[in-house]
Write a protein of this length. Structure first.
Length: 134
């Protein structure tokens, strides 16, 4: 991946989490599908990688008319924060590593939420575990 494609992937992931902030799991499914399509099918002969990313993410879009809850929106923002400057994207694991990271973030947050019950404390503990214990 070139730097413009890495930056574009981050922008698309954050935008998807923002657009589908009422349903973060739907956003993650779109991100997984679009990223996987590009990872599996794109070649340099197809044109710029950024264009392929745009097309794949556009194909996964749909109207999200669900009611927005504070918990869902906060969860989407937490995931977006972990997608931006996602280390696996930079350390050689690429899109696959970045997707795995986002899924690990979601799992860590769910585990902490079950453990402590409080969303704010779950954010704190998940972030501590993800950033300082892994």
């Amino acid at each position: 991946m070139d730097w413009p494609a890495v930056a574009r992937w981050e922008e698309l992931v954050v935008a998807t989490l923002s657009t589908y902030r009422s349903e973060p799991d739907t956003a993650l499914a779109i991100i997984q599908r679009a990223s996987g399509e590009v990872r599996d099918a794109w070649t340099p002969a197809d044109g710029p990688l950024s264009d392929a990313l745009d097309a794949a993410f556009d194909a996964g879009a749909f109207d999200d008319t669900r009611e927005l809850t504070t918990d869902a929106a906060a969860t989407a923002r937490f995931l977006a924060a972990h997608a931006f400057a996602c280390w696996p994207m930079y350390d050689g694991r690429g899109i696959e590593g970045a997707i795995d990271w986002l899924l690990n973030v979601r799992t860590a947050l769910e585990n902490e939420r079950r453990s402590c019950g409080d969303l704010l404390e779950a954010f704190r503990q998940a972030d501590l575990a993800l950033r300082h214990r892994t």
